[in-house]
Design a protein around this ligand. Structure first.
Ligand SMILES: NC(=O)c1ccc[n+]([C@@H]2O[C@H](COP(=O)([O-])OP(=O)(O)OC[C@H]3O[C@@H](n4cnc5c(N)ncnc54)[C@H](O)[C@@H]3O)[C@@H](O)[C@H]2O)c1
Length: 415
């Protein structure tokens, strides 16, 4: 079977990351086109994949205007720029790998699914957590009945204090009008994952949460609007100097410091901290997304669940507890511990095999997703995809319902 031909709309962090699959598996996939307005990122992809000049564009609109010249498209533009390209490329007959969130409003999510179904193309939403070794192992033991009937779930997303500061206070997802609300931007993964593990539809939700800490009122006396000028910076756990210059001084030239600038020298990063958004005091930004939120769920059959997303943690994997009629599971993103009520024994599954692939990100989820998408496209078999249009739409609707519950108060039905 010849490799499937893929084009990339948006060659930033995610788009160029997924494209890396073609480097690792050239017999399965080849990158034949790119649309990206930022020259540095566009040219990097062109060079890495030897993309012919006639297939290089500065916007997805130009690429979509060309007659179809590949099998599939990776759409990895920013959150508010997913629906239009997804609908356009579906109309052209491309299979679609669509970054999450599908779209920033419900109507657009529905429109994408309608367009995909009308065109009869394959679509995978980048819910990478479904594709990790850990999740596959956990789902298997749950579905095999290792703890009997699962009655409730408790799931924690410890965002991490510096990750919150980087992405959701200073960075691309800080402001809802420019991107998405927090639950959609960050935790659509979690709500999707919870539904996947529970194996049941969610029927009702309630939610609380707010932006409690990263506000002007919390700015300390003596603090400056940029960390480079701040006299209390050394005592601040959110210092941009400590985070980004710290990485450069340790020769760690990767995410998140590579988001600030393409000049990954001490001078380049200092300039970015002086002039760009990532050098700002976390208490003096234009952020409005919440820094902590909880959601309660009622699933079909009266099963229940709780979810906590919080900024105020050490950076680490998500943690989950599952409570069943015959046992209990404790998972930390690597190890799954299964306690059996009958035998009173705990067995452990360790899914933490080292991963040296290009797409080792998200616990191997990025690689697993690409592998499933490419196989599904090559074999024209959507059943190989774990995050297809229907369930992805369902879990996005859970997210929108939970956010309505947070804003309005009360319990909201998931339609
Ligand atoms: N699945 C995951 O776990 C995960 C993780 C991080 C981010 N994301 C999502 O992936 C998406 C991309 O995130 P990112 O971190 O790669 O962002 P990014 O800003 O690095 O990449 C987006 C790219 O789109 C480009 N772009 C803008 N307008 C364009 C146009 N008209 N045509 C083509 N390209 C255009 C930008 O120049 C940029 O390079 C976001 O929606 C984000 O929420 C998903």
């Amino acid at each position: 079977m010849p490799p499937i031909k893929i084009i990339v709309a948006g060659a930033g962090g995610r788009g160029s990351g997924y494209a890396g699959y073609a480097k690792e598996k050239p017999e399965e996939a080849v990158i034949v086109g790119v649309a990206e307005p930022r020259e540095h990122y566009r040219e990097n992809l062109v060079k890495d994949h030897a993309i012919p000049r006639e297939n290089v564009f500065t916007s997805w609109e130009q690429m979509a205007a060309r007659p179809k010249f590949a099998d599939a498209v990776i759409i990895a533009t920013q959150d508010r720029m997913h629906a239009a390209p997804a609908i356009a490329f579906a109309g052209k007959g491309y299979d679609i790998l669509l970054e999450k969130p599908m779209a920033s409003v419900e109507a657009d999510c529905r429109a994408i699914v309608a367009a995909v179904k009308k065109a009869g193309v394959i679509m995978a939403v980048c819910h990478v957590m479904r594709y990790t070794k850990y999740t596959r192992a956990l789902k298997k033991v749950v579905d095999e009945g290792a703890i009997g009937d699962v009655v409730s779930i408790q799931h924690l997303e410890p965002v991490g204090h510096w990750h919150q500061a980087h992405s959701f206070v200073r960075g691309n997802w800080r402001n809802e009008t420019e991107s998405s609300f927090m639950l959609l931007a960050k935790s659509c993964h979690d709500l999707d994952w919870i539904r996947h593990i529970m194996g049941r539809r969610c029927e009702r939700v309630s939610s609380f949460g707010s932006l409690t800490h990263f506000r002007k009122e919390a700015m300390r006396i003596g603090a400056a609007d940029r960390c480079l000028d701040c006299v209390v910076e050394k005592d601040c756990p959110y210092s941009a100097v400590a985070l980004y210059l710290g990485m450069i001084r340790e020769d760690k030239k990767w995410w998140p410091v590579d988001v600030l600038t393409t000049d990954l020298t001490e001078e380049g990063v200092t300039k970015a901290l002086r002039e760009g958004p990532y050098g700002r005091c976390v208490y003096d930004c234009d952020n409005d997304v919440v820094d902590h939120q909880v959601v309660n769920f009622e699933f079909e059959g009266g099963r229940t669940g709780t979810f906590t997303m919080t900024a105020f943690t050490r950076q680490r994997d998500r943690e989950t507890r599952l409570f069943g009629t015959r046992g209990e599971i404790n998972g930390d993103g690597e190890k799954i511990r299964i306690y059996d009520f009958l035998t009173k024994k705990t067995r452990e599954i360790d899914t933490n095999a080292p991963d040296s692939t290009i797409l080792g990100g998200h616990g191997g989820g990025d690689y697993g997703l690409m592998s499933s998408f490419v196989s599904a496209g090559a074999k024209k078999d959507p059943s190989l995809i774990l995050s297809g249009p229907d369930e992805s739409l369902e879990t996005h609707l859970m997210v929108f319902a939970a956010e309505r519950a947070r804003r309005q108060g009360g319990v909201v039905k998931v339609e």
